[in-house]
Design a protein around this ligand. Structure first.
Ligand SMILES: [Zn+2]
Length: 303
């Protein structure tokens, strides 16, 4: 862990200037992404902190990491809003050797409250799946897995929609690459496969290719594709495009930041809202075509 010191005085001084309760921010986000839309295994909402505390600065991030916590301190933010919850399983002790509890203790020492909006944000209307469908220019979208806990027909995990015309998988990959600014995309299927109906699922949705198939989709765009899922999908003539978990969900930062800014302006709240600038995809790709330092191979030459 870094030895950076927490400046309690600066956190306290900011707190004195704070204007609204964290509860108000939480309630607003719950209207946008109702908690009942969350999956039963999920752990959304308050992760660390106190909804009764006051806030004037918020940082939005996909995850809590140590870098993100220090970024919040730099902004003098009292709240971090994340997509992924810090905890999924019940905690029995605050053990610093465990990442989530260590981060929770650090957040607590920094006087930072952490709120998570996860599968409820994925499922809600105009939430993360709708954003991905929009980025792919899909029309007439319906949920891939309609929510059982909502009267609204447009809520649920994943979306299925139509491209404006039939394209090859290669064309779709090119479009996704330019729309989402992704250099490396994994896929299962043929580049010549003609696709028009597209299913999307933010996060790890490759296991839902059967549902995508049932919905009539030619291709499923998601993250975290596994080998056997790829084999099974190909055998059933549906392609899968793996854009990566991070690339599929990082849109959450601008989505929530913009929502909060618009709300704060409308309500006349003097809130400052920042999107993280320090979080990047933890998964990287090494490319054998990338230039190696001169004499790199010489060093490893077997005599
Ligand atoms: Zn995720």
């Amino acid at each position: 862990m870094k030895t950076k010191k927490i400046k309690n005085s600066s956190i306290k001084s900011k707190r004195e200037k704070a204007s609204i309760k964290i509860q108000e921010v939480y309630d607003f986000l719950c209207q946008f992404a109702p908690p009942q839309l969350a999956e039963s295994w999920d752990n959304i909402g308050l992760q660390v902190g106190n909804l009764d505390d006051e806030v004037n600065t918020i940082l939005v991030s996909l995850d809590v990491t140590e870098e993100v916590l220090w970024e919040a301190v730099d902004h003098e933010a009292q709240v971090i809003i994340t997509h992924h919850p810090l905890f999924f399983k019940p905690i029995q002790c605050l053990d610093d050797s465990q990442v989530s509890t260590r981060l929770a203790r650090l957040a607590s020492n920094m006087d930072i409250t952490i709120l998570s909006f996860h599968t409820n944000l994925d499922a809600t209307q105009n939430g993360l799946n709708d954003l991905l469908a929009e980025q792919l220019k899909l029309k007439n979208c319906t949920p891939l897995l309609a929510s059982q806990n909502s009267q609204k027909s447009k809520t649920g995990l994943g979306r299925v929609g139509q491209l404006s015309k039939k394209v090859t998988l290669q064309n779709l990959l090119e479009n996704i690459s330019s729309q989402l600014k992704i250099k490396n995309i994994r896929f299962a299927g043929s580049l010549f496969h003609e696709v028009k109906k597209v299913a999307v699922m933010t996060g790890s949705g490759a296991g839902f290719f059967n549902e995508a198939l049932t919905a009539g989709a030619d291709v499923l765009v998601t993250g975290d594709l596994k080998y056997h899922q790829a084999l099974d999908a190909i055998s059933q003539s549906i392609s899968i495009i793996d854009i990566g978990h991070f690339a599929g969900e990082i849109g959450m930062v601008s989505l929530v930041t913009e929502k909060l800014k618009a709300w704060a302006k409308k309500q006349n709240h003097a809130l400052q809202i920042f999107g993280t600038q320090v979080q990047s995809d933890p998964i990287q790709y090494w490319n054998s075509q990338a230039s190696l330092p001169e004499n790199f191979l010489e060093k490893f030459k077997v005599a």
